[in-house]
Ligand binder design. Structure first.
Ligand code: MSP
Length: 469
């Protein structure tokens, strides 16, 4: 049977545009880009979707604070995300904005469909709303009466809302997850979700009262569609807006996000899809959350890292490398500019940059004949990246870098050149081959460096890959 390339459809969350992008948003987006590039490298068609979440109370409040109309406010902020991804060499295929007219139309259409299918019900609801989370919190989630994530007191609200009958989907959802028809990773997070589903699911409010900053609820101008419903549907609306394969035939292969929003993706979104009789996303992966110098990133602490500033100082590839190298993708970790700087100096400048420079200089000096020859990336390494084991993959690649530098120190080609020119050539040829392999391996992670390496391996003219800071 012919091996026709199949589409690989990967997504990041769509980020709230209440502020500029930070390094936390960059983390997920870079991870998605590495995966997308890996699949493209192995000949697959990729649809890599990212974008911005532009409705809701949180954005409206930020616009108010800035003294701007919400639409003007989001129109100014959305491009800062596109710019950041460009700076970081993120090659997305689709960038969706939820204020896009087509998106709004399709969302209305789908909400109507949910209603027609009997999955929506109007009820009076009393609850505590956290604007930061854009959701109602339960009393037992509060710490000292405050939202544990946003450290703010949630607003008591009593209003008439439309409810999505999530409770009806508990059994079917549990079955899908248990049968691995819906894959949730890492395993521990899957089990957590399963545990919660087994305790039963409560229906969720899918509208807010009043004509707030959001999509008007179809058939009821006193209500606005809940921002999370609007946002989750982007994964579907994008397939129509960007005219890629139909979701019906090809739902998303993987949604990437951090653990903070796993519940929405692993429970509410699949239940919505079931209610709409649409196929489910294949896999949902919730990575960890990182702190900066041990503290949660926040404006008030003043530790928010701007990815663009880091790119200006260290280059896109160093930021990409350091973020994915520092701790395993599924786990929580810590990050800081200091970590980035050390990774730059040790792993990149002293490690890879030095190896490349020394090998090319000696190949020239001892007039060793080498010929560039393309190679395939090792299957085992490719599998690790596909499993999102970025840290492991980079560690393995850098073992190669260290091996190369150790061979130079031990075999001393400059001494061999004096007594055994054949052996000297042999050692340098094997180092050259090692560099070709490393070049291929780093391609999805560090596209600019890979290109520079590739050029230098053919021209044999060494230029520093990572200049001293
Ligand atoms: N708009 C919603 C998502 C809707 S998706 C249908 C949202 N936006 S957000 O701007 O708050 O982005 C949250 C996401 O940003 C996390 O799930 C994660 O992907 C990324 N991160 C933000 N801060 C992060 C860290 N400190 N560490 C790791 N990831 C981080 O939620």
């Amino acid at each position: 049977m012919a091996n026709t390339p199949k589409l690989f459809f990967i997504t990041t969350p769509i980020y709230y545009v209440n502020d500029k992008p930070h390094i936390g948003h960059a983390y997920t987006t870079i991870a998605a880009d590495v995966l997308a590039r890996l699949y493209r490298q192995s000949g697959k068609d990729v649809f890599f979707l990212t974008g911005t979440d532009e409705h809701g109370a949180k954005i409206a409040a930020a616009a108010r604070k800035a003294g701007q109309a919400p639409q003007d406010f989001v129109d100014e902020l959305a491009p800062t995300y596109q710019k950041a991804w460009e700076d970081l060499d993120v090659a997305y295929d689709g960038f969706i904005r939820t204020t896009n007219h087509e998106h709004e139309q399709i969302v209305k259409e789908l909400v109507q469909k949910l209603n027609a299918a009997g999955y929506l019900e109007k009820r009076t609801y009393e609850g505590l709303y956290c604007e930061g989370c854009e959701r109602f919190l339960k009393r037992d989630e509060l710490v000292d009466g405050k939202c544990p994530d946003h450290h703010s007191v949630p607003t008591p609200s009593s209003e008439e809302n439309y409810f999505f009958l999530l409770s009806k989907f508990a059994d079917r959802l549990r079955e899908k997850i248990e049968k691995n028809e819906l894959i949730i990773e890492p395993r521990a997070r899957r089990n957590e979700i399963l545990g919660k589903i087994k305790q039963g699911l409560e229906d969720v409010s899918v509208s807010r009262a009043g004509a707030g900053w959001g999509i008007p609820f179809p058939g009821d101008d006193q209500q606005t569609i809940y921002v999370w419903v609007d946002a989750l549907l982007n994964y579907y609306t994008a397939t129509r807006i960007f005219d890629t394969e139909d979701w019906e035939k090809h739902p998303a292969d993987i949604h990437l996000m951090a653990k903070d929003i796993l519940w929405f993706h692993a429970v509410i979104w699949p239940a919505m899809l079931m209610a709409l009789e649409l196929p489910l996303t294949q896999k949902i992966f919730a990575h960890g959350f990182f702190t900066i110098d041990g503290k949660k990133m926040s404006k008030s602490v003043g530790n928010v890292i701007d990815p663009t500033k880091m790119v200006e100082k260290y280059g896109a590839d160093a930021v990409r490398y350091a973020l994915l190298r520092e701790f395993p993708f599924g786990e929580d970790g810590d990050f800081s500019e200091k970590i980035l700087q050390q990774r730059y100096e040790r792993d990149l400048a002293d490690g890879l940059g030095n190896l490349m420079q020394r090998v090319l200089v000696m190949i020239n000096k001892y007039q060793v004949k080498v010929q560039y020859h393309p190679i395939e990336i090792e299957l085992t390494l490719q599998k690790e990246v596909e499993k999102l084991n970025f840290e492991l993959a980079l560690r393995v690649i850098w073992e190669g870098v260290h091996r190369g530098n150790t061979i130079i120190a031990q075999r001393k080609p400059w001494e061999l050149a004096q007594k055994d020119t054949k052996e000297c050539a042999k050692v340098l040829c094997s180092l050259y081959d090692l560099l070709i392999a490393i070049n291929k391996q780093i391609e999805p992670f560090m596209p600019q460096t890979a290109k520079k390496m590739r050029d230098q391996l053919t021209t044999l003219k060494p230029e520093p890959l990572f200049p001293r800071l």
